[in-house]
Design a protein around this ligand. Structure first.
Ligand code: ARG
Length: 267
């Protein structure tokens, strides 16, 4: 009976609102959990995606083959770009403090992965082509996407302005925390009652919990050895032991990114 209840709960959670509601049903600690203040100069690829003028998600500046001809792109999560209307979004870059005044890049085109499934969070990736150029500096730099799957146990850093309290306010200052890539089989087993870990997902955390991304960090970058391996996507609460953060697996989505940069770059 108890098991049945858990199963039902898992199903309910997944079917009603997708992964985001998993987080809402288990609102825990808040903010990039267990992290420390950092500077944008340490993570110059990090951006804040604004929706209706307010921070909604993280994102990263994409390094393309030829920035002059391709244009400027941001990578984020598909679940961050609902509704799907470029004029409602903008990108803030080069900032450490979220409320810092900064130039803003407007959005030209948004491409959500065509297989994105809001019920399962599979293919949780979107590509944003900017209308403006981003002047590169010590505070704003593009990052390369990884085409190679990281080994289990690889250390990776995730950054963001995610919420600092239960369902509450964002972190005013950019946070960073180091986590480790978790064996996908182990992760799938842990998450089995709640959702499926697909080949487009990558789990990262620490076994004892206490370090994780959280609400408001979505769409932001998980970086190992200077290349982006993940995109903040979902999780069961935040920083719970045995429930690592689930990220979109960049190497699995690498060819989709390349293809769409080509298509949008030609526009
Ligand atoms: N879906 C959340 C967001 O929209 C991200 C949650 C990440 N959760 C986690 N435990 N790592 O901001």
């Amino acid at each position: 009976m108890f098991q049945y209840f858990i199963l039902l709960l898992g199903l309910h959670v997944v079917i009603t609102n997708g992964a985001t509601s998993v987080n809402r049903l288990y609102p825990l600690d808040g903010r990039i959990v267990g992290g420390t203040n950092t500077s944008i100069k340490e993570h110059p690829y990090q951006v804040s995606l604004l929706k209706y003028g307010s921070h909604t998600c993280g994102g990263s500046i994409l390094k393309t083959g030829n920035i002059k001809t391709d244009g400027f792109f941001v990578i984020t999560a598909a679940h961050c770009v609902t509704p799907y209307t470029p004029q409602n979004y903008a990108v803030k870059f080069g900032i450490t403090a979220l409320n810092q005044l900064s130039p803003i890049a407007l959005v030209d085109v948004i491409v959500r992965h065509e297989n994105y499934n809001p019920l399962t969070s599979d293919y949780d990736i979107a590509l944003i082509k900017l209308r403006n150029q981003i002047p590169f500096s010590t505070s704003s730099q593009p990052i390369r996407m990884s085409s190679i799957n990281p080994a289990d146990g690889t250390a990776a850093v995730v950054t963001g302005w995610g919420s600092t309290s239960e369902g509450g306010s964002l972190s005013p200052t950019l946070q960073a925390v180091t986590v480790k890539v978790v064996d996908p089989i182990v992760c799938a087993t842990e998450y089995a009652p709640y959702g499926v870990i697909t080949e487009r997902m990558l789990c990262a955390g620490v076994p004892q919990g206490g370090k994780d991304s959280c609400q408001g960090d979505s769409g932001g970058p998980l970086v190992a050895d200077g290349v982006q391996i993940g995109i903040v996507s979902w999780g069961l609460g935040c920083a719970k032991p045995g429930f690592p953060g689930v990220y979109s697996r960049v190497p699995s989505l690498y060819s989709w990114i390349q293809k769409n940069v080509k298509i949008l770059g030609a526009l």
